[in-house]
Ligand binder design. Structure first.
Ligand SMILES: [Zn+2]
Length: 376
């Protein structure tokens, strides 16, 4: 069972054409006070380093590379509304615009977004067709904030959500999505909010709603609705949760929920913005923590899904550490016995005491509110 030692990586360099510009961090604006403006945090350099570490790092012999493709418009409608897709096409044809705060659709962005969506669909199809057990869609722009009819948080099209719908129409009856990006996977949650076929679990910092494009607040009581009630599990974690806190959250909350849900396929949504050095998050994971999460989710895929696992890339904005944490995550997914790559910069002290109290209280709440989590 646990012998699969290959990850199929799906990538297309056309995704580098999306350029969200420069400004004061992600604002896109230059008030004139600074000599050096930041590149938008969601820039192509992030992915260049991810590609290069996977090609030149010690994990390279375990990876097989495949070229992605653009999504077709009818494919987008499996998750997004036609009016919303038309709005994006119109924005592109008019030369681009800021769709919502921090989210810039510039010339080249729409083609990149279509490539991210299509590449994620290709990776999922590879798994569904039995050509590989584990596939990784190395994509940008990211997708997990994109709701059926709303762009948000650097995201236009929900790459993971589109892939989940492909799985559901290809014979899977239950899919679990585990999102470890530091932000709430609100778009994916919204897309499946009334479904009991898709269990969405998101571990994120407790950032709440951040404006009109992100009305969801990611709190524990956003559990889904209708027959989907109980099938959206939010795990808002305190700043500084760290490796041991994440391990505890996985063991106490994620693993039992996935065991009880018993999916046919798992989608692991990864963001390295949960790392100790990310400009967009304060969760303090190190490479060791990412490796542990990867190993745990791999075991869930082996236990329930005959090893079938799709990994979809989201955020992660520190140019060096995001690449290293990605390497570590995939080492964990491959279930390698010893780390291949030492951590060059893990030097924050950890104190998980507060995180553990929070996780215990979330567990108490979820097991008393969610029918399928009750002990039977
Ligand atoms: Zn994020």
């Amino acid at each position: 069972m646990a012998t699969e030692r290959i990850v199929h990586v799906f990538w297309h360099e056309g995704m580098l054409q999306h350029d969200a510009g420069h400004g004061v961090f992600d604002s896109g604006m230059d008030p004139g006070f600074l000599d050096v403006l930041d590149k938008h945090p969601e820039n192509g350099d992030r992915l260049k380093n991810m590609v290069s570490i996977l090609k030149r790092g010690p994990i390279a012999p375990h990876l097989l590379w495949h070229t992605g493709r653009p999504a077709l418009l009818p494919e987008l409608l499996t998750f997004h509304s036609p009016e919303y897709v038309d709005e994006l096409i119109k924005a592109d044809s008019e030369g681009g615009k800021m769709i919502c705060a921090g989210t810039f659709l510039n010339p080249g962005s729409w083609e990149a977004a279509l490539l991210a969506a299509g590449t994620s669909l290709s990776a999922m199809k590879h798994v569904l067709d039995g050509q590989g057990k584990i596939a990784y869609a190395l994509v940008r722009p990211p997708g997990h904030h994109a709701q059926p009819a709303q762009a948000d948080g650097y995201c236009f099209l929900n790459n993971a959500g589109l892939a989940v719908n492909l799985a559901l129409t290809s014979g899977c009856s239950k899919v679990a999505v585990i999102d470890i990006d530091v932000h709430y996977g609100n778009g994916t949650a919204q897309g499946f909010y009334d479904s009991d076929s898709v269990l969405t679990i998101s571990l994120h910092m407790n950032h709440g709603s951040w404006g009109p494009s992100h009305p969801q607040n990611g709190s524990v009581d956003e559990l889904g609705e209708g027959k989907g009630f109980g099938f959206n599990l939010n795990i808002p974690l305190p700043n500084g949760t760290g490796d041991r806190g994440y391990e505890y959250a996985m063991d106490e909350l994620v693993v039992p929920a996935v065991h009880k849900f018993n999916p046919d396929l798992i989608v692991m949504v990864i963001g390295q913005d949960s790392s100790a050095f990310d400009p967009n998050g304060r969760q303090c994971l190190t490479m060791e923590g990412y490796m542990g999460v990867g190993r745990t989710i791999r075991k869930l895929a082996d236990d329930h899904c005959n090893g079938r696992l799709l990994i979809v890339q989201e955020g992660g904005y520190h140019l060096t550490y995001s690449a290293y944490c990605l390497h570590a995550t995939l080492e964990g997914v491959l279930n390698l016995p010893h780390p291949l790559l030492p951590d060059p910069i893990a030097y924050y002290p950890e104190d998980e005491a507060f995180a553990i109290k929070v996780i215990d209280s979330i567990k108490k709440f979820q097991t008393s509110s969610v029918h399928f989590l009750e002990d039977n």
